[in-house]
Design a protein. Structure first.
Length: 61
C-alpha cells in the first residue's frame, strides 16, 4: 500500500507483504539476503517497470 503526493510525485510505502517458501534452508544467511534483494526488486518494480496484474494475479503483458 502506498501513498502518492500528487503535487510532488513522492511515494511513501505504507505497508508491504512478503511471503517466502524456499523449502529446506541449508544456509539461512543466504536465504535472508535473497529475501532482502527480492523485496527491494519488488518495491522498485511497481512504480518503475509497470508490473500490471489482472484480478486473478496473473501478470498482464
Amino acid at each position: 500500500m502506498v501513498e502518492v503526493n500528487v503535487r510532488t510525485g513522492a511515494v511513501d510505502i505504507l505497508r508491504y507483504l512478503v511471503i517466502e517458501d524456499c523449502g529446506t534452508v541449508v544456509n539461512p544467511m543466504i536465504v535472508e539476503g535473497q529475501l532482502h534483494s527480492g523485496i527491494a526488486q519488488g518495491i522498485g518494480q511497481a512504480p518503475y517497470e509497470h508490473a500490471a496484474y489482472d484480478e486473478e494475479a496473473i501478470r498482464a503483458r
